[in-house]
Design a protein around this ligand. Sequence first.
Ligand SMILES: [Fe+2]
Length: 302
Amino acid sequence: MQNEPTEASLERIDHGVLPSNDLGRAYRFWSSFMGARLGFHANLNGRGLNREVPMIIFFTIANHSGFGLALQDFRLSPTPARKLEGVVWGFEVAAENLLAAADEAEKQKLRWERIAAYPASSPIKESLFVIDPDGNTVELCIRSDPSERAPQQGPVPLRRISHVRIEATDLDLARSWYKNTFGMVEAEQVPGEDQLTLTAAKSGQLFIVRKVAQVAERSTQCFKGPHIDLRGSEASYPTILERFNRKETYWGPDPNLIPWHEPDANTAYGYDPFGNRIQIGIIAKRPMHFGEVARFANRADI
Ligand SMILES: [Fe+2]
C-alpha cells in the first residue's frame, strides 16, 4: 500500500490550444483584446500544409507561453451552438470587478456577457464571457482568492489561467478519471447545474466539468492541434504517464512516437473518456522553438 501512487498529481494547467479556421483573423482578437504576444508559427512547412502535422501559432498570454491556435479543416461556427460550448478557457483579471473589461469588450464590438451573480462560496466571483472569431467562448474572471501575480500588459490585465471548462457526458466518470489519472482533487465548487469542479491542488487552478448529452464537435473533431496542457513534476511524470490510459497513437513505423517536433522530451497526448484532448508534461523552463523532426528531414516532399 505504501507504493500506492496517490501522491503523483499534475500541478498546473500550463496552456491550451484552440481550434481556428483563420489564424490571422483569430490572432487579431487574441492580440487586440486578450493582449497575446506572438511567439512562433509551428509547422509552416510542407508537412503542415498537408495537414500531416498541426499548423499552430503560439503566443504568450496572461503570463503563459505556449498558448495557441491551431488551423482546422473542420468548419467552426462563429456562433457557439450553446452556452459554454466546447473547451472554455478562463483567465484571471487583476481588478476588483469586470466593468472595465466589459467596457473594453464593448469598445471592440465583441459579443460579451457579464455574470456577477455567483454565491459567496464560489471561487469565481465574476465572469465575462466573450466569443472569439471562431466561436470559441473565452472567459475572463475575478477570483475570490486572487493570485499575487503581476498581470501581463494588455487592454485587460490578465494574470494567469484561472481555470478551464470542459464538457463531459458523465460527471461520476469524469470525477474518478481525473482524480485517478491526474491526481486532481475535489475542493471548492463553482456553483452550476450538472457541474463538477476539480482543482489542480498546487496551483489552485480549476477544472470545471459540465454535463452535456453530447460533447461538442469543436472538441471532438478538432483533434489536430487543440489540447489542454497539464504539467507536473519530473518525479511524478512517469506514474502519471502510466496512468494516462487513452494515449494518442500515430501513423508511421512507431505509433507511440510524436511525429512533429516537441520542445520537451517528456510529453504525451491523449484523450479523456469524453474525447477532450489532453497533453501532459513536466513543469520546466523550456525554450519555445520549433524545428524539423530528424526522421522526416530527408523526405523528398518537404
Ligand atoms: Fe501543449
